[in-house]
Design a protein around this ligand. Structure first.
Ligand SMILES: C[S@@+](CC[C@H](N)C(=O)[O-])C[C@H]1O[C@@H](n2cnc3c(N)ncnc32)[C@H](O)[C@@H]1O
Length: 224
C-alpha cells in the first residue's frame, strides 16, 4: 500500500532538491563548474556524479593542480586526461585561473561518460572534447599532448605497458592508491615507493602521498 506522506519516486524528489540547491549555489558563487553539476543532475539522472565530485575526489584533484603548478608554469597547449570519467578534473582546470590551457581532451573507455563530461564542460566550448577510447589504443606520437594525466592507474592492468606507448620525454601526472578493498581497483599499489617502481619514470619532478580516511593516494609528476 502507498504511504501518502512519501513521494512516488524518491529519486526524482532528491534530484529536484539537488538541482535547485546546486543551481542556487552556482548563482550565488557565479561558478560555471557548479552550474555544470546542476546541468548533470537535470540531464543525466543515472550519472554517479556525487561519487565523482565527493570531497575526497575533489581533494585529490586540487592536490594534483597545486603540485603541477609547483613543478611548472601552468601553461599547456593540449592536455590529455585518461580514464577521465565525467570530466571533473578538466572542469577543475578550466575553473582555475592560475592555468593557461589551450585545450583538454578527456578520454574514457566507458561510452556512457562522454556525454556527461561534455555537459559539465560546456562553457569551455571547442577547448574541451570528451572521447570514448581505450587508452592502450591511442596514437600518442601523432597527437603529441604536452601533458598526459592518468589519475585512474588503480583501474588499469599494466601501467608500465601503457606508459611505454608515450613518446620519450612526455610529461605525465599519475595517481594511484592503496584502496585494495574497492572491487573496481584492479591494480592498487601498497606504497609510494611501489608506485615509483611500477611507473619507472625517466625523470621525477614530484612524488608524494595524500592520506585519506580509508586509503592513501599517491602521485607522481615527471617525464617518461
Ligand atoms: C572510477 S574512474 C576514476 C577514478 C579516479 N580516482 C579519478 O577520479 O580519476 C576510472 C575510469 O577509468 C576508466 N578506464 C578504465 N580502463 C580504461 C582504459 N583502458 N582506457 C580508458 N579509460 C579507462 C573507467 O571507464 C572509469 O571511468
Amino acid at each position: 500500500m502507498m504511504d501518502a506522506t512519501q513521494p512516488d519516486d524518491p529519486g526524482a524528489d532528491w534530484r529536484e532538491h539537488a538541482f535547485d540547491l546546486t543551481r542556487g549555489i552556482a548563482a550565488y558563487t557565479d561558478n560555471p563548474l557548479v552550474a555544470g553539476l546542476a546541468r548533470i543532475i537535470a540531464n543525466h539522472p543515472n550519472a554517479d556524479i556525487g561519487n565523482a565530485f565527493n570531497h575526497k575526489q575533489v581533494a585529490c584533484k586540487m592536490w594534483a593542480r597545486d603540485k603541477l603548478l609547483e613543478s611548472g608554469d601552468g601553461s599547456f597547449r593540449r592536455i590529455w586526461i585518461l580514464g577521465g570519467w565525467y570530466g571533473v578534473l578538466a572542469a577543475m582546470f578550466f575553473d582555475d585561473s592560475r592555468f593557461d590551457i589551450e585545450a583538454i581532451d578527456s578520454i574514457d573507455i566507458d561510452p556512457a561518460v562522454a556525454a556527461v563530461a561534455e555537459t559539465l564542460n560546456r562553457p569551455a566550448g571547442e577547448r574541451f572534447h570528451a572521447l570514448t577510447a581505450d587508452m592502450y589504443a591511442l596514437d600518442y606520437g601523432a597527437a603529441r599532448p604536452d601533458l598526459v594525466i592518468n589519475t585512474s592507474c588503480e583501474h588499469i592492468a599494466d601501467v608500465r605497458g601503457w606508459l611505454d606507448l608515450l613518446p620519450k620525454g612526455t610529461q605525465v601526472l599519475l595517481q594511484s592508491n592503496d584502496y585494495f578493498s574497492e572491487p573496481t581497483h584492479i591494480n592498487c599499489v601498497a606504497s609510494l615507493e611501489a608506485f615509483e617502481q611500477l611507473a619507472g619514470l625517466a625523470e621525477l619532478r614530484f612524488s608524494g602521498s595524500l592520506p585519506m580516511k580509508k586509503y592513501t593516494r599517491f602521485m607522481l609528476i615527471g617525464m617518461v
